[in-house]
Ligand binder design. Structure first.
Ligand code: MF3
Ligand code: CO
Ligand code: CO
Length: 273
């Protein structure tokens, strides 16, 4: 399948789906507290999506080839879990960090976004990893414009992560998104400036760097989904769905409760406005 260029109507539908995805994260944030289980977070999100938003949780029974169907409605990845953690009986404790990854389908269109949450009192190291990963995502987003390349996005992320002493997970990447959950292109979070596909207005894809405090190597757990760091170091991830516009980018997964972009990004935007 070639890379789809979205029409004005498609883009409007993706804005709706993106906002709804982000609003699930706003909804669940107050529940991410010591003592809650990841299964409870999944149930709360599931009911909010289905009953309040009338959206479809895209992960539920999602089964790309080679995978068994994902059994839950959101992904919950705790501490050294990199991504695709399956919600269950695990109780979150003070000091844990957890990524909640939400993908909703509204009127056939997907909105995909994730945030890190600090449970109770997190260590300075855990907070720094979450903050730098957030900045990695935004540095990637800030490069998005017509004529920029996928390598520019990857380099912006990789260079900042590695300069901070961290490593970039290679096996999982951002992706085109629209009527299908995972479309072309693959948006890897490492690379070299000026290399790879050139961006065009109307492309929509996610940027979702997974950054490890230790080495980049990962391992898949026996459940067939959960990805962990091989060295058991902490891992963090943030995700937005992004549109290439005529002169830059638009983040589609925006909501009232979303964290603000880091200062390095807003300062740059003001300086060039
Ligand atoms: N939301 C993930 C992504 O950002 C994909 C999760 S697939 C699932 O691409 F089946 F684990 F939900
Ligand atoms: Co996601
Ligand atoms: Co995604």
């Amino acid at each position: 399948m070639p890379i789809s260029i979205k029409t004005a109507d498609d883009i409007e539908a993706m804005r709706v789906a993106g906002r709804l995805g982000a609003e699930v994260l706003d909804f669940i944030a107050p529940y991410v507290k010591p003592g809650v289980t990841t299964g409870e977070l999944d149930r709360l999100c599931h009911d909010y999506m289905v009953n309040v938003q009338q959206t479809v949780p895209a992960p539920l029974n999602y089964a790309p080839s080679g995978y068994k169907p994902f059994p839950k409605s959101i992904c919950t990845s705790v501490n050294h879990q990199v991504c695709h953690g399956i919600p269950g009986d695990r109780v979150l404790r003070s000091g844990d960090i957890v990524n909640l990854d939400i993908t909703v389908i509204k009127d056939g269109w997907h909105g995909d976004t994730s945030r890190m949450f600090l449970v109770g009192e997190a260590s300075i190291q855990a907070r720094r990893l979450c903050e730098i990963t957030y900045e990695c995502m935004w540095r990637g987003i800030a490069t998005v414009a017509p004529g920029a390349s996928l390598g520019d996005i990857g380099w912006a992320i990789q260079s900042y992560a590695e300069a901070s002493g961290y490593s970039v997970v290679r096996e999982f990447c951002g992706h085109g998104i629209g009527r299908r959950f995972h479309e072309e292109p693959q948006v890897v979070h490492y690379g070299r400036p000026g290399t790879g596909l050139r961006l065009q207005p109307g492309m929509i894809f996610t940027i979702e760097p997974m950054i490890n405090a230790g080495k980049a190597a990962i391992r898949e757990m026996a459940d067939g989904w959960t990805i962990v760091t091989k060295d058991h170091s902490l891992s963090a991830q943030w995700e937005h769905t992004v549109l290439v516009t005529a002169n830059g980018y638009e983040v589609l997964t925006c909501s009232a409760g979303m964290p603000a972009p880091p200062r390095s990004i807003t300062e740059k935007a003001t300086a060039s406005a």
